[in-house]
Design a protein around this ligand. Sequence first.
Ligand code: PLP
Length: 398
Amino acid sequence: MKNLHSKTFATRAVHAGERLPQGDFTPVATPIHPSVGFTYDSMDDLDAIFGTTREGYVYPRYGSPTVTAFEIAIAELENGQAAHAYSTGMAAIHAALIAAGARAGAHVIIALDVYGATFTLVKKLLNELGVTAHLIDATDLATVEATLAQTHPAALLAETISNPLLKVADVATLAEIAHRHGAQLLIDNTFASPYLCNPQTLGADYTIHSATKYIGGHGDVMAGVIVTSTENRKKLYELNKLVGGTLGPFEAWLALRGVKTLPLRMRQQCANALRVAEWLSAHPRIARVNYPGLKNNPQHDLARRLFNAKGFGGVLSFEIANADRAQTFRFMEALELCQAATTLGDIYSLVLHPATSSHRGLTAEERARIGIGEGLVRLSVGIEDAQDIIADLEKALT
Ligand SMILES: Cc1ncc(COP(=O)(O)O)c(C=O)c1O
């Protein structure tokens, strides 16, 4: 504003220091842009941006600069055309399903053992809105083919590595089957992260992340993101203008900072998880270990190919032999280094009891059908020294 000096103290307090001309420098690290408004030299510019014929920002529910930086980074790492960020992973999953055509009268197929809230979103909420949900074992390709042929769904949704049983999706084959039957393939790539797998390059239509997990990586930010085609992103953009599951600039900044160390963390977490899984497999108190990195895991070769031999992820789950809920709880309480917390993908090692947390919304029968028992523990291995994680598990098992 010109001639600010001639204005009253109240007016100067509001406007002093604001809207300074941009200097001829470029900050090395992305700044946080919390502004809720953006001004332009002419109203024609604003009109063009509203009309999407010119790039720019009008209102942060539609998009804002720090969020764009995060979206560009994730699209780049996923080798995808474009990305749209969300306030949480669940907001992203919901948006991808709607954009893919989940409407009254449509069918949606999801892998049986997806994250509990995804399961409930499709099985309960979308079902109540008129979408018919089908739950299948996504590793059984004959069943996938038959169910698609029978139902002609709008979308097929699976996780690259499933939560909490660590089943691996054959993404390229699922994409081929889905497209042959006119369905869109949605892949939740949260557990693999863009470091291990890029579903867009294997034919997925929507790659989804809870960026709260490996992408953020430090247990201090909630975020979600979808990578998709430029065309599909336009749909997501229009949808989000109405429903507003928008990522905030502070969160976008934290998530973008997390991205920088994703490869370093994932390398360490994959190496640690493999060591811990091998150790647990040999322990007499452990009945079963779910981890695709184990050579005797039926999906070991598929996982090696899918993840380009870079690792097998940082999460594993295991069953304590003959343990009921109370005994499993005592084991988890006895851990000191591994924190019993409802998240994963952090630098910290974290344990969770799926039956009473991530999959609590399911009935006992649904959990039994999937294979989630009372003795199942999920372990998200952190970046600590594997030796210390193993010592903690050993002590608690004893
Ligand atoms: C595989 C997977 N997808 C999606 C989500 C949902 O993400 P958010 O908690 O960020 O909404 C989770 C949360 O645990 C998850 O494990």
